[in-house]
Structures are given as C-alpha cells and as structure tokens.
Design a protein around this ligand. Structure first.
Ligand code: BGP
Length: 468
C-alpha cells in the first residue's frame, strides 16, 4: 500500500485543559472564565463557579492523564494537542511570579506524553482566560493584557521549550468576533460591547500573538509557532454575484486573522471594515514592528461549511458552530446542525496553502454525536460507524489536498476522548474514540471504554493513511 502522507506526518488528537482536566482549584489554580460558564455559550456567565458546571471536574484528566495517554499511545498517536491552563501558571493572570505547582503539573504531562512517543502540541490560550483578568481588565480590551500574556508565554517557552517544539498562541482566534467572552475574556456582555472595544481587543491579541512568536524564536529559533483559526468555507447560496461577494466578505472575516499572522500587516480590506465601522484603533509604532514577527505555520479547526446570501430575507442563521451561517441544502447535518462537508476540507487546505504558502496543520476536526453505550463480546463499547465515516471522509479529503501539493504537517482529531463540550458545556455531545462514563447531570463512574472508532483510527495511523 502506498501512502500520500509524508513520513513523520503527525497523527493524533486535540483537547483543551478546561474541557478535560477538572481540579479547577487544585495546586494553586484559580478560576478561569470557563469555571463560571456552566452553560457554555448558551447563557451569560455566573458570578462565581456553581456546582452544575461540568468543567469544574471535567473528565478528571488531571489525575488520569497517565492511563489516558496509554490509550492514545495504543492508537499510535505521534502528537497530542493540549492546552496549558493559564490560571494554573498565573492564577490571577497579572502576578509577577508563576505558580510552581502548576508548572510542575505540565512538566509531568509533557514528560509522560514524550515517554509514549508523542510530540506535545501546546495551545497557550484555549478559551480559558483567568477570571480575574476578565473581571478586572475586561479581558483583551485592556492593553495591559499584552504584557500579562507575554510573561505567561515566556514562562512556558523557557520552562517547556526544550521538550515542546510546536506551539499555538490562541485557539480559534477569529471566534472573538462572535464570542467575546469565550475567546477574548471580555466581561462586558456582547450586546453592550462597542465595535471599537471589540476591534481594539482583537488588535491586542494579534500583537500579543506576534510578540509570543518573537519571544519563542529568541529563546530557540527551532520552536514552531502557529496561529489557529476556525476554518469555515463560505459558499454563495446562489450564483447571484451579490451572494458571491457576501460569501467573500464573510470568508475574509476569518482570513483577516491569519493574514495579519502571516503577512505582519493589516490587510486593506480590514482597514476598510474599520473605516466603515467608524473605528479608529490605537496602534503604536511598536505594535507595527511587533506584528512583523510572523508565524511558522497555520493551523485551524474544521468542522463544517456554511452558505451566505446578500438577501436579508434569506439570512436565517443555522445553529452552526460559534459563527452561525445559512444551511447548505446539498449537505447533511450533525445532530447539532453542523453541516458535514468533507470536500470543503480539500478546498480550505488548497485555499490556505495558495494564500499563505505556510505549512498547514489540521488541529481540530470531528463529529459530535449522542453515543449509545452497548455490550459487544462482553465489553462495553459504542458502535459509532457514523464517526468512522466522518473520519475517513475527511482524511480522504486531506489526502487529496496533499496530492494537490499542499504541505500538511499533521492531523489531530478533536476530542479523541469524550470531553465537556465547549458550546453546550455538556457531556452528551461526544467526539471521542474513547467513551467516558459521565452524564450531563454529572453522574457516572468516569470509566473509559474503547469505541469501535478506536480501532478504525488506530488502523489508519498504522498504515500512515494508506488504508484510507
Ligand atoms: C471548537 C473548540 C473546541 C471544541 C470544538 C467542538 O470550537 O476549539 O474547544 O469544543 O469546537 O465544539 P463543541 O464542544 O461545542 O461541540
């Protein structure tokens, strides 16, 4: 069997601290915004953590990481993406000295990952701004956040850079346009947030991201730093040129973030958007210099595509992801209305490669579904052929893109083990190849069970994709 995927292609899975670790106050950690978001993005945050919040305990990865990593190794992972919880390292976010117990936890996790033959791929900020920064500074609206983030990033690079080669600065950075609290730690309710403050916060994040890239490269030029965006190809709903333009504008909202990360300047169309909104940003000369520190690779999540229409009557938004969008009549949807579109992944990979000429990394892709635990041959499992179909179809699309000439470094399935969902904050939206016995009401043994897809992914990895 021949394979298209390069030798050393990185196969694995992706997670985020707040969705798996639990132990939200252990070893000096203080709350992050997630600890006051018991309903994900479906409702405003609470003032303090409440017991109905499943993220406070997650899937207890904080204590079970060794055996969970064993399962990942059994599937043959060569990469494991996880995030560092900022509030373990700097519990409030604005203190001068890091929390040693938090650093020590990630020392252990990184060593355990490497010991099983997996490269760590670390996200510095995955929707988990320390709560104190959100409440005191209104998150990224405040310029001082750049300094706090730089200190945090430097601490991580200095401590872990000898073992962690791949870094992501912000998860799905473009989602701040739609979810300012989740993505930007912005405490002001989104319906009260001015466009000026929103774009100023975005500017601060972009500067902080470029600054982290600079710091990483100063510490070790061999470190690979990437940006991370939500990829969501946007098709015109009809061939009407007005719909085509509308689709382009929506797509550019996402492109803008990676354009700045890859080119080091604000693109003209973004400047026009700001002019049209009447927003004048505070951009210093130093900011402009910092932005020139561009990323080594572009990474993205890919779950779905959407359609766009210029006709206001047709702009009925689907439930899709964090960004909404019009449903595509030619595609099927997941139980949550996310439209399944493997071919769109090939389009995205080609578009991104053509646009930025940077290596690409698919750091999230997956299917959330309501799984049914059953007994087969005396073992508890889930017969998740729907997940296997999704996996294979998307990987075939990735293979086609590689054959089209795209440079692709790796693929990490979202939630290789069931995690607490980001949007719903529930367990019942499951992505894993490994089932976790925890229910939406918090009950369950937390036991792990291999689903049918576990072996399917293991076989794909074992053949380096040749079996697809
Ligand atoms: C992305 C996030 C992840 C993850 C995933 C699935 O937007 O980066 O944190 O959760 O989507 O989303 P959900 O859990 O809402 O189904």
């Amino acid at each position: 069997m021949t394979t298209t995927f390069a030798e050393g292609f990185l196969w694995g899975g992706a997670t985020a601290a707040n969705q798996i670790e639990g132990s939200y106050l252990t070893d000096g950690k203080l709350p992050s915004i997630q600890d006051v978001m018991p309903q994900g993005i479906k409702a405003p945050p609470t003032d303090e953590p409440t017991p109905d919040n499943l993220k406070l305990d997650g899937i207890d990865f904080y204590h079970r990481y060794e055996s969970d990593l064993d399962l990942f190794a059994e599937m043959g992972f060569s990469v494991f993406r996880f995030s560092i919880a900022w509030s373990r390292i700097f519990p409030n976010g604005d203190e001068e000295t890091p929390n040693e117990a938090g650093l020590a936890f990630y020392d252990r996790l990184i060593d355990a990952t490497l010991a099983r033959g997996m490269q760590p791929l670390v996200t510095l900020s995955h929707y988990e701004t320390p709560l104190h920064l959100a409440k005191t500074y209104d998150g990224w609206v405040d310029r001082r956040m750049i300094g706090f983030y730089e200190r945090y990033a430097r601490t991580c690079f200095e401590r872990f850079g000898d073992r962690v080669r791949y870094w992501l600065t912000f998860n799905e950075i473009n989602s701040v346009l739609h979810e300012p609290l989740l993505s930007g730690g912005i405490w002001t309710p989104k319906d009260q947030l001015s466009k000026r403050d929103l774009y100023q916060a975005i500017h601060h994040e972009l500067v902080a991201s470029a600054s982290a890239t600079r710091i990483a490269h100063e510490i070790d030029p061999g470190l690979k730093v990437g940006c991370m965006i939500i990829a969501m190809p946007t098709y015109p709903l009809t061939p009407d040129p007005a719909d085509v333009w509308e689709a382009k504008c929506i797509e550019r909202e996402n492109y803008a973030f990676a354009d700045v990360h890859c080119r080091g300047v604000y693109p003209g169309y973004l400047q026009r958007t700001l002019r049209d909104l009447g927003v004048e940003l505070d951009i210093t000369e130093e900011d402009r210099e910092t932005l020139k520190h561009t990323v080594d690779f572009v990474s993205f999540s890919y779950y779905m595509s959407i359609c766009a229409s210029a006709d206001p009557d047709r702009q009925i938004k689907g439930e899709g992801n964090l960004m909404g969008g019009i449903a595509n009549p030619t595609l099927k949807s997941s139980e949550w209305g996310w439209q399944i579109d493997p071919a769109g992944l090939r389009t995205v990979l080609n578009d991104y490669w053509d646009r930025w000429n940077k290596p690409l990394f698919i750091v999230e892709n997956g299917l959330g579904a309501k799984d049914q635990l059953v007994e087969v041959d005396g073992e508890l499992t889930v017969v998740d052929d729907y997940r296997i179909d999704y996996l294979q179809a998307h990987l075939r699309a990735a293979r086609d893109a590689v054959e089209d000439g795209v440079e692709l470094w790796g693929y990490t399935w979202w939630g290789p083990i069931d995690v607490v969902s980001a949007s719903t904050a529930q367990m019942s939206k499951r992505y894993g190849f490994i089932y976790v016995d925890r229910n939406d009401d918090g009950s369950g043994t937390l036991e792990r069970h291999r689903k049918k897809s576990f072996a399917a992914y293991r076989d794909i990895i074992a053949s380096n994709g040749a079996s697809l």
